[in-house]
Design a binder for this molecule. Structure first.
Ligand SMILES: Cc1cc2nc3c(=O)[nH]c(=O)nc-3n(C[C@H](O)[C@H](O)[C@H](O)COP(=O)(O)OP(=O)(O)OC[C@H]3O[C@@H](n4cnc5c(N)ncnc54)[C@H](O)[C@@H]3O)c2cc1C
Length: 572
């Protein structure tokens, strides 16, 4: 059992993605074509998905002596095709966000890369619109829009293993993050600094620049991406597989680069990721990715809304933003600490701060106490301590307190990269919307994640994630159950966000304070002049100058524009 103790009050103290010829061609070889958890779990996710101070553990991994471990998959059924009259259709026509239900003619569940090539080839040959889905956690309807005729579902391609030849971990796109953490840790004692939700899958997550609670310590998932295997469609309409790595002499390196933050559904179907940290040496698998903390301290504290005046709310937000401005450099000891500040709508009763710190970091508990004290400083309210416990790392990644989401939810989110603390106008608008009386969803909030640290050690153009000096990453988000509440909730999210960034056209444009939006939190409103009057196009908010480079990759690797959705990279 994890230990449990109250979080003692403390005075604030100053401190803190080898060149490879086509391996499979569709025209030549193809032959065929998630228990309910509570909504709160999505909201409370500070999952202890950790990272490492040192790249390797001492000694040789037990796995070294063995052949690559085949860890996943429902093998043997072959590709499965589900059509509307199949009992499975109702389940498979949708993703996580229940705002949309697709109406594809068929859903093809691939089991191998060859299945993917064949399915893509058939779609090309028949002129039908195909969308690829791995974990189904897309924020928008990119795999469920009504014009999609075929869904290529990769959820059965979920193997996690070690590839000796490439000296890298091989992860198939359908592998959910929870499985990846489990397999990498149990097999080799390593991990990938990626997202907090265990049911998000590698497929869309990694190429969108996935981040999580250990990213301050070990960077983004893409910072450890060595290569990809991808099925693309050539100008002559032939589907084929290609391997692209970050090796400097790889002629396909730009295709790898585009998958270090370009986002899903743009260039082809990723059928495998290879993971190896830059600079990793030797042949020991345990030395190729970071090691996570052995244990973490977790805390949850809350300030009741009934005691939060606007002045106190403003103070809390300033405290929080100032702390992150000061303590988010790559070399700060506080990179061992991550938190999510959840400023729920007043109807939820409280503003909550979930925090996590590597229990092995020097003075870990002291850092946590000082952080919580700094955020609450000057409020004159003692926060309620709801949770304070020490937990082994893997256990924490699987702990129900961090899992989610409720598979029946509907949600809308809009994201923000922040380079420094909040402007007063951001706080004032947030307060207004969080205390609105004409709207009362306790599932509406600002979910504000600690950022920076090791993320900011990487050059802006080294990957397709250009935001490399932000200290906070957050979203205005609402979660609800009933379709009848769609308009009110989507409206609340849009209006809150628009008003927070009213001075910059309703969006967090790249400037001294904010730095655009996160492509993994896709938001079609960014391309809608009603919600973005900044003059800064959606693609600049996501990719900044990198968009031109992504467009060149698109032209080279998806010349027919076969892979597309409402916000996909356009041809030059
Ligand atoms: C509850 C929840 C929690 C989240 N938590 C985090 C988090 O902690 N950190 C974070 O960074 N993000 C987080 N996200 C965002 C998540 O990373 C993105 O939504 C991601 O794109 C989901 O990937 P997926 O494969 O699960 O989704 P899907 O809906 O299957 O795919 C998303 C997009 O990628 C495309 N795609 C999927 N697989 C492939 C493939 N193999 N090849 C090419 N394109 C593909 C799809 O066509 C679609 O456009 C969260 C999302 C949700 C809903």
């Amino acid at each position: 059992m994890p230990s449990s103790a109250p979080l003692p009050p403390a005075p604030a103290s100053p401190s803190p993605g080898s060149p490879s010829p086509a391996t499979t061609s569709g025209r030549r070889s193809g032959t065929a074509e998630a228990p309910r958890v509570q909504r709160r779990t999505f909201l409370s996710g500070t999952a202890a998905v950790g990272g490492a101070f040192a790249v390797t553990a001492a000694g040789v991994s037990p796995a070294l002596a063995a052949e690559p471990v085949r860890a996943g998959g429902t093998r043997g059924a072959g590709p499965v095709t589900v059509r509307p009259n199949d009992r499975r259709y109702a389940d498979l026509r949708r993703g996580t966000n229940q705002r949309w239900v697709g109406s594809p003619q068929k859903i093809v569940l691939a089991e191998t890369t060859a299945d993917v090539v064949a399915a893509v080839q058939r779609a090309v040959d028949s002129g039908r619109r195909l969308a690829v889905r791995s974990g189904g956690h897309c924020y928008e309807d990119f795999t469920t829009s009504q014009d999609i005729e075929i869904v290529l579902d990769l959820s059965r391609m979920d193997d996690v293993s070690y590839d000796r030849r490439r000296r890298a971990f091989s992860v198939q796109p359908g592998a959910p993050l929870g499985r990846i953490y489990d397999r990498l840790y149990k097999g080799w004692g390593v991990y990938l600094p990626a997202g907090n939700c265990p049911t998000v899958a590698a497929g869309g997550h990694i190429q969108g620049g996935g981040y999580g609670s250990m990213s301050r310590r070990d960077g983004l998932a893409v910072d450890h991406l060595y290569g990809i295997e991808i099925v693309v469609v050539r100008a002559d309409g032939t589907a084929r597989t290609v391997v692209a790595t970050r090796e400097p002499d790889d002629p396909h390196r730009e295709l790898w680069w585009a998958h270090t933050g370009g986002g899903g559904g743009n260039f082809g179907v990723v059928t495998r990721y290879w993971l190896r940290s830059p600079g990793a040496t030797g042949t020991d698998p345990a030395a190729q990715l970071p090691t996570p903390p052995r244990e973490v301290w977790l805390s949850e504290v809350a300030w009741p809304w009934e005691r939060l005046s606007e002045a106190r709310f403003t103070r809390l937000m300033r405290n929080h933003g100032d702390w992150h401005t000061r303590h988010s450099g790559p070399d700060s000891p506080y990179t061992a600490l991550f938190s999510q500040l959840k400023t729920f709508h007043r109807s939820a009763g409280a503003v909550v701060l979930d925090s996590l710190v590597d229990a092995g970091a020097p003075d870990a508990e002291g850092m946590l106490r000082r952080y919580v004290a700094a955020v609450g400083e000057g409020l004159g309210i003692r926060p309620q301590v709801r949770q304070y416990r020490r937990m082994p790392w893997l256990h924490a990644t699987q702990w129900p307190g961090f899992t989610g989401p409720d598979p029946t939810i509907r949600f809308k989110g809009k994201s923000v990269y922040a380079r420094r603390t909040y402007a007063d106008a951001h706080i004032a608008a947030a307060y207004r919307h969080l205390t609105r009386d004409d709207f009362g969803n306790p599932g509406a909030l600002l979910m504000i994640a600690s950022y920076g640290g090791a993320v900011n050690r990487v050059a802006p153009d080294a990957t397709a994630v250009p935001q490399r000096d932000s200290v906070l990453k957050y979203q205005v988000v609402s979660l609800w159950d009933d379709a009848a509440d769609d308009a009110a909730n989507v409206g609340w999210v849009r209006e809150c966000y628009r008003d927070m960034f009213a001075a910059t056209g309703g969006v967090p444009v790249p400037n001294g304070t904010t730095d655009g939006c996160f492509v993994n939190y896709a938001d079609v409103d960014l391309a809608d002049p009603r919600w973005n009057s900044s003059g800064v196009p959606w693609h600049e908010l996501y990719y900044k100058d990198g968009y031109r480079r992504l467009q060149r990759v698109k032209a080279a690797w998806d010349p027919t524009g076969f892979f597309r959705h409402a916000q996909s990279v356009r041809h030059v």
